[in-house]
Design a protein around this ligand. Structure first.
Ligand code: FEO
Ligand code: CA
Ligand code: CA
Length: 649
């Protein structure tokens, strides 16, 4: 999402002087030397030396060597013809592929729901029976060979598109409609002769909104900091909102991740000042965008300050039981969650990788206390309620784009997480996850977005989408996996757990790609790594996911101005990469002012569902998907091959 720029860590207490910045940048660039090399065996070999990315003389006077100088072998994983960049208000897919719309914001997901009304006056009761807005992460769970249930996040709304008054004259009813458009949409889809279609009579169809009752579970459940006037127990909360990306478990549940929850809180109480904890999470009195606090006391932070602590979690949902109560999983930490990538370690412990998407925030890992077992259905369902949360520290020699790393436990009583430092117990460590991460010395990252584990489980990838503050703030020095001042383009870091063991506390890391623009920049890291060229340029990698064969799918949420630093990149897009060769090929381009986000496949990998989010945001000239002079609407696409083959092959 773009407005109101939720990723700015302006609340963090750090130096931000332009004069300092100039000095920092010059220093960083002058001392940089580039070392590229293989991480784990078989990985990293695509980082070739080129004229624009080469070893330069180090401060010490030695010359760093770049080990691989041969051309990358042609990919055998990628079988499609790349599409060019596009600024058109449409979706473009490769020759031999087709893209169709499955569902758009406002479409009925129950047979008794009204059709979408573009007039901008939809009541909450109707929106609660329709597809929510701004579809983001999603997972398809199969019921049988021709029927599945699709669980889809509805991250936020665009007031300028949702309401006839474009958000300028919000009422209590408008706020209820907006709350009903958030959360998660769950609906059955069936395969017909015409492809997959929504079944409005599906048994499990359900809308989860910003008002749905949920349980708070795990170490922070019942904590004094989670108690409010409406819930003296600190264990029951209404709703989930700003559900960005997602995850799923081998026991058949859906994970929805609360990201920029801070934007929904505010107050008009003149005397109110946010606490340091609120400031670290970006919670301020000001909220002109959603204005929920004006009409719903729960969101007024002067009246209900602790309501804020009840959001920013991962929520586990049983998509097969519409009567089930969603569970907020406090063991996975409280921050601006992106997605939740789950891997079952060799010993059966469940490992979940988690990014905190804000400039200068961190990358996390949860390791369950219990172990997964195919035969223990009830036990599996509690695996995310107890375990250890860790945060990543990356290490590298100056100028190197690879190195080692360590997972630091966020456990009460260790690493300074004590009562005298403001952490009375494990619940408080989790409620204040960001503060705990800083205390233990975690590495500040360039906005960790999605994490994806390769199906061979040897390497895990994370999009670091961009960071205009890199090198400008004292706590965000240039180096390691965040090697560029002001980083406008983003990169994908990957790490290889020691011994292939995801419970190991150490790893090696390298960069899979540095996005960049070789048409604008030459001779420095802003040109991008060697696997970036004129035909595949992009910025701001965000959504990530592997398919069964190990193709890495990359979705972008970046600058679509198509000018200056971003000239030639066009609209947001989806690319596909071969992790072995490093080749990256553009697969899809989106319509005007959209972000491409969310992906899930059918089990045969012959249908790919992809999200087009906020086309026409800020009243940009989009009429996607219906065309003409229609209102633009976030939509889920179904992508298939005309020959019925596997997507990407
Ligand atoms: Fe909702 Fe970080 O993207
Ligand atoms: Ca995202
Ligand atoms: Ca993003």
């Amino acid at each position: 999402m773009k407005y109101p720029d939720p990723h700015d860590d302006s609340s963090n207490l750090r130096a931000d002087q332009d004069s300092d910045f100039t000095r920092l940048v010059e220093h960083a660039l002058s001392r940089r030397r580039f070392l590229f090399g293989a991480g784990a065996a078989g990985l990293g070999a695509f980082f070739m030396t080129t004229p624009r990315v080469r070893a330069v003389q180090a401060e010490t006077g030695t010359v760093a060597t770049a080990p691989v100088t041969t051309a990358a072998p042609a990919s055998t994983l990628l079988g499609f013809k790349a599409v060019p960049a596009s600024t058109a208000d449409t979706v473009v897919v490769p020759e031999g592929y087709r893209a169709e719309v499955l569902i758009s914001w406002g479409d009925p997901i129950f047979a008794d729901a009204p059709a979408f009304d573009p007039a901008g006056k939809t009541p909450a009761a109707a929106q609660e029976r329709q597809m929510g807005d701004n579809n983001d992460g999603m997972t398809l769970f199969m019921i049988d060979a021709t029927r599945g249930v699709l669980a889809v996040n509805n991250e936020y709304i665009n007031p300028e598109l949702m309401f006839a008054h474009q958000g300028r004259e919000m009422t209590a009813d408008d706020v209820r409609t907006a709350q009903a458009a958030h959360g998660v949409s769950i609906f059955e889809i069936v395969r017909t002769d015409q492809g997959w279609q929504v079944d409005q009579t599906g048994r499990v169809n359900r809308r989860i909104t910003a008002s749905t009752p949920m349980d708070i579970t795990g170490p922070a459940a019942g904590h004094a900091l989670l108690k409010t006037a409406a819930d003296a127990t600190g264990t029951r909360v209404l709703g989930t909102f700003n559900n960005c990306a997602n995850g799923h478990t081998p026991w058949g549940t859906y994970l929805t991740c609360e990201e920029n929850f801070n934007n929904y809180f505010g107050t008009r109480a003149a005397a109110f000042g946010p606490t340091p904890l609120m400031e670290r999470y970006g919670i301020t009195a000001r909220d002109e965008r959603y204005q929920w606090h004006r009409f719903d006391e729960r969101f007024d932070i002067a009246r209900n300050p602790q309501e804020t602590n009840r959001h920013g979690w991962v929520v586990e949902i049983d998509p097969f039981d519409p009567q089930s109560t969603p569970k907020k999983r406090t063991a996975l930490g409280r921050f601006k969650h992106e997605n939740a990538e789950l891997v079952v370690a060799d010993n059966g412990q469940v490992v979940v990788y988690l990014g905190d998407d804000e400039r200068g925030e961190h990358l996390y890992r949860f390791v369950s206390q219990g172990k997964y077992s195919d035969n223990n259905k009830e036990g599996n369902r509690e695996l995310l309620s107890a375990g250890t949360l860790y945060v990543a520290r990356f290490e590298a020699a100056a100028g190197e784009l690879k190195g080692k790393g360590e997972w630091l436990a966020l456990t009460h009583g260790r690493h300074g997480l004590t009562a005298e430092n403001g952490f009375a117990d494990q619940g408080e460590v989790l409620i204040k996850t960001r503060l705990a991460a800083t205390r233990v010395g975690a590495t500040t990252m360039d906005r960790p977005e999605w994490v994806a584990a390769h199906p061979d489980r040897q390497a895990v990838y994370c999009s670091l989408t961009n960071n205009k503050n890199r090198g400008k703030k004292e706590n965000q020095p240039v180096g390691g996996p965040n090697p560029r001042p002001e980083n406008p383009y983003g990169q994908i870091v990957r790490w290889m757990p020691t011994g292939g063991d995801h419970t190991s506390n150490t790893f090696e890391w390298d960069l899979f790609v540095l996005a960049g623009n070789p048409g604008v920049h030459q001779g420095d890291l802003y040109a991008g790594s060697a696997n970036i060229n004129a035909d595949n340029i992009f910025n701001s990698p965000d959504g990530l996911g592997f398919d069964r064969d190990g193709r890495l799918w990359i979705e972008t949420d970046g600058n679509y101005s198509n000018e200056k630093d971003f000239a030639g990149m066009g609209n947001n897009q989806m690319l596909c990469a071969d992790p072995q060769t490093g080749e990256i090929r553009r697969f899809l381009t989106g319509p005007v002012a959209c972000e491409i986000t969310g992906l899930t496949f059918t089990p045969d990998y012959k249908t790919l569902f992809v999200g087009v989010q906020h086309p026409g945001e800020d009243l940009a000239p989009s009429h996607f998907p219906a065309g003409g002079d229609s209102k633009p609407r976030s939509s889920i696409l179904m992508i298939t091959r005309t020959d019925g083959g596997v997507i990407g092959a």
